[in-house]
Design a protein around this ligand. Structure first.
Ligand code: SF4
Length: 172
């Protein structure tokens, strides 16, 4: 059996695809909140900025892809705005609680879209909501699967993978 190659820098198409997926999720989220008010839109955008900075600060600064083209495209961005961290990424522990802010980035607009649709059915909005759901579930699974498969950090130790393994071993 041939061993799967670990990328030092990912081929551009992978971070490009993952960035498009993320921007589409945020874009649809922003559109949903803009249907409420400009203030709601601004709050959502501030929230997105906060969760992105949080990932760079808590994870990417300490990742082996810091300064490199990682599968999600943040390794290079991180090096532009933050100094390299000194925490060992593999020793980090994450729980479901740490993932809640990321889930909310798509769950909040999904929930916010329901009253809009109930008030006044709109096929465009309904289509965007379905797209959002697919991007955040199946789309995410496909892209993350492809990214993780070639990830060097995964071989060195990935807190997310360890968390999912912990979970699977506790299920009878
Ligand atoms: S692989 Fe993940 S943690 Fe590492 S730089 Fe890329 S997005 Fe950040």
């Amino acid at each position: 059996m041939t061993e799967v190659e670990c990328y030092e820098n990912y081929p551009v198409c992978i971070p490009a695809l993952s960035t498009v997926q993320t921007l589409m999720i945020y874009g649809i989220g922003a559109y949903v909140f803009s249907r409420y008010s400009q203030i709601m839109l601004a709050l959502y955008l501030l929230y997105i900025i906060w969760i992105e900075l949080r990932v760079l600060e808590k994870s990417c600064r300490n990742c082996v892809y810091y300064g490199k083209l990682c599968g999600l495209g943040r390794g290079k961005i991180c090096a532009l705005i933050l100094k390299k961290g000194n925490q060992k990424f593999a020793e980090k522990k994450i729980t479901w609680k740490d993932l809640v802010p990321d889930f909310l980035a798509f769950l909040l607009p999904l929930l916010a879209g329901i009253p809009l649709l109930l008030q006044n059915w709109d096929w465009i909005l309904a289509g965007l909501m379905v797209t959002l759901l697919l991007l955040a579930t199946a789309g995410n699974g496909i892209i993350r699967g492809r990214v993780c498969k070639h990830c060097k950090q995964r071989r060195l130790g990935c807190p997310a993978e360890q968390m999912f393994q912990r979970k699977s071993t506790t299920i009878p």
